[in-house]
Design a protein around this ligand. Structure first.
Ligand SMILES: [Cu+2]
Length: 230
């Protein structure tokens, strides 16, 4: 038992040094996603602890000791118990399903187009091809390898591929979205914190797949407009 505690505390020390970008969200979109991760992890830990607690109690109670002839009774059908262990998982899955369905529906790659006030949104066309990213802004300005975004606007990215399937991923500001050759997918990003974030293709797309990286620069609206006019 002592060794296990040591092991876990050691793991805690090392893990606290990790900087997992997915768990350090810098936009509302990423925050909703990391909430789902923490939430499902919390439920999982709850189940795990309950099961381990009950198991260790059982093992302690019925362990083989001299003078202990207590044996486990064979339970033959226990309606109460069966109902309990059927209802609890159903309940847990329902609790897990509600926020999951809401977030998944809100962030659906087909969803962004229909909702929202277009004047408050910044639309950017994103084109992926082996092995680079091109970003085309509303006034026609084009960048390659660098994506500029205003922090205080809602951003709608229109993702398209020229060749094979790619995947758009900036871990700090949102999860992966597939970039397909024959269908446009959209990605909505809200309230992004100013900063510089690394992005990459998250779908193996050929020999130079690892070179398919880009830098995302999130700046204020004013800086963004000035940059657009440059
Ligand atoms: Cu790719």
């Amino acid at each position: 038992m002592k060794q296990i505690i040591y092991l876990f505390s050691l793991m805690g020390v090392f893990l606290s040094g990790c900087h997992i970008r997915v768990l350090n969200p810098k936009s509302d979109t990423a925050e909703a996603q990391s909430f789902l991760i923490y939430f499902s992890f919390g439920i999982m830990i709850l189940v795990l602890l309950t099961v381990f607690f009950l198991l260790s109690r059982l093992v302690r109670k019925y362990r083989n000791r001299t003078g202990n002839h207590q044996a486990l009774k064979h339970e033959k059908g226990n309606k109460k118990l069966e109902i309990v262990w059927t209802i609890i998982p159903v309940l847990l899955l329902t609790i897990l399903a509600i926020p999951t369905v809401i977030v998944t529906y809100n962030q659906s790659p087909n969803q962004a187009d229909q909702s929202g006030d277009r004047r408050e949104e910044v639309h950017i066309n994103v084109t992926a091809e082996q092995y680079q990213w091109t970003f085309i802004y509303e006034n026609g300005k084009t960048t390659s390898g660098e994506l500029y975004l205003p922090s205080d606007k809602t951003i709608v990215l229109h993702l398209r591929s020229k060749d094979v399937i790619h995947s758009f991923w900036v871990p700090s500001i949102g999860g992966k979205v597939d970039v397909l050759p024959h269908k446009e997918n959209t990605m909505k990003l809200e309230n992004i914190e100013s900063g510089v974030y690394q992005g990459k293709c998250a779908e193996f797309c050929g020999t130079n797949h690892t070179d398919m990286r880009f830098t995302t620069r999130v700046i204020s609206s004013k800086q963004f407009l000035d940059w657009l006019d440059e």
